[in-house]
Ligand binder design. Structure first.
Ligand code: NAP
Length: 248
């Protein structure tokens, strides 16, 4: 059966690595981005030039109408979705909770939590064996921040990832007998642009020596874990979490 995957936020970072690896493993790939069309097109070109099949679509995955349109495009261009990676996420500048405003909380919760709800709902409509689908697999990209709480930096972000963890557990049980597995990865300090959004581009290098492995992780290391959880090799895993933290 043809494997088709949507990776939200796959123009850069962990999502981009996951898109490239998924293509190498035989998936048709829908690359999604919010603003950075050039980066998304580069991923798509690279995949297609290496004999894979990929397309990209702009969609703000915290917007219901954008998500519905994104899934309709996948239906038309690639066919039945078999895998979803809820990867898109943001963090904002480091500060204490007492300094944060409500607009920031709304952005963080919409981008990190609502996006998972919306994309998972659309995926279940297509994958569920109770709805005539062929089953499928979902991986949510949470964070080790759900365990540590990120005090003094971004407690709101950490709380949003705590919500992703609870969603992963509940949804996994809800759809377990409909042919859908739902799991999550919890990365630690990974070298991507996200730390610049938090106001500290060199955050991983500052903190790496505090880790048992004394180094940050790469997006490819996270991508391999995501692809394993999606694969048939993980066929008895649902509602599980893989921490990628260098031992933290
Ligand atoms: P990144 O390098 O900043 O990339 C973020 C990606 O998400 C980009 O492709 C961006 O698109 C897209 N995006 C953001 N908001 C979106 C929205 N509303 N709709 C659609 N796309 C959106 O981030 P990353 O470090 O790879 O992070 C990926 C995931 O891993 C996130 O959920 C993050 O919380 C999680 N994570 C990362 C780390 C880490 O250390 N890097 C650790 C733990 C967890 P554009 O290119 O168009 O802006």
């Amino acid at each position: 059966m043809q494997k088709t995957i949507l990776i939200t936020g796959s123009s850069r970072g962990i999502g981009a690595s996951t898109a490239r690896l998924a293509a190498l493993q035989g998936y048709q790939v829908m690359v999604n981005y919010i603003t950075n069309q050039q980066a998304a097109l580069k991923i798509v070109d690279d995949i297609n030039q290496n004999g894979g099949k990929a397309s990209c679509q702009q969609a703000d995955v915290s917007s219901e109408s954008d998500v519905v349109a994104l899934f309709q495009t996948i239906d038309r261009q690639l066919g039945p979705l078999t895998a979803l990676v809820n990867n898109a996420g943001i963090l904002e500048h480091q500060m204490r909770v007492e300094q944060m405003d409500v607009e920031r909380w709304q952005r963080v919760l919409a981008s990190n939590v609502l996006s998972c709800f919306l994309c998972s709902r659309e995926a279940i409509h297509r994958m569920s064996q109770k709805r005539g689908g062929a089953g499928g697999s979902i991986v949510n990209v949470s964070s080790i921040a759900a365990r540590t709480g990120s005090p003094g930096e971004y407690v709101d972000y950490a709380a949003s990832k705590g919500a992703v963890d609870a969603f992963t557990l509940g949804l996994a049980k809800e759809v377990a007998d409909e042919g859908i597995r739902v799991n999550a990865v919890r990365p630690g300090f990974i070298y991507t642009d996200i730390h610049a959004s938090g106001g500290e581009p060199n955050r991983v290098d500052r903190l790496k020596d505090s880790l048992p492995m004394k180094r940050g992780g790469t997006p490819d290391e996270v991508a391999h874990a995501i692809l394993w959880l999606l694969s048939d090799e993980a066929s008895y895993c649902t509602g599980t979490f893989l921490d990628l933290t260098g031992g933290r």
